[in-house]
Design a protein. Sequence first.
Length: 67
Amino acid sequence: MPEKIRVIVNEDRCYLCGGCAGVCPTLAIEVHASDWEFFQDRCIGCRICINACPVGALSAEPLGVKE
Ligand code: SF4
Ligand code: SF4
């Protein structure tokens, strides 16, 4: 089981092409005309989206360490 992560978008780089949403196996990302949306409950931490973004706009933050 991959580490649980939160996927974060760099809005200065993202041009809302929808590529990440298209490759996510669990539909944990939705890209709309003016915003990028992440659904934590659906993400399985595979990082496919991070590798797929053509402009490197996505990064991962580890989850699970409670403060
Ligand atoms: S693939 Fe990258 S540029 Fe395209 S919508 Fe996703 S985060 Fe934005
Ligand atoms: S890490 Fe995998 S499951 Fe999570 S949003 Fe990216 S492609 Fe989807």
